[in-house]
Design a protein around this ligand. Structure first.
Ligand code: ZN
Length: 92
């Protein structure tokens, strides 16, 4: 039983680490989109592939919900997504 609990917390920590990394990568991809117009066509192609692989729908979309929440848009992130992002960053 004790082993199971330890394993569970180890898995949760690993999952959080991956979530944190995913969020970071999405942020970097989002940053790269600002250079989109200056990139070569193969550069933009790869960037689009990266974004698609991570399930990002559009540039500038909220990196937590991919713009799926009706409250999130290019300029504004909903309080819920902001909290989720904070929690992932803090590794909870
Ligand atoms: Zn959102």
């Amino acid at each position: 039983m004790d082993m199971l609990i330890k394993e569970k917390s180890r898995l949760r920590k690993t999952l959080n680490k991956f979530k944190e990394r995913e969020l970071l990568i999405k942020k970097f991809i989002d940053d790269l989109y600002w250079e989109y117009d200056r990139m070569s066509s193969s550069g933009t192609e790869t960037l689009d592939k990266l974004a698609n692989t991570l399930g990002m729908k559009e540039k500038g979309a909220c990196t937590v919900c991919n713009g799926e929440s009706q409250l999130c848009d290019d300029e504004y992130q909903s309080m819920e997504c902001e909290l989720t992002e904070k929690e992932i960053k803090e590794g909870r």
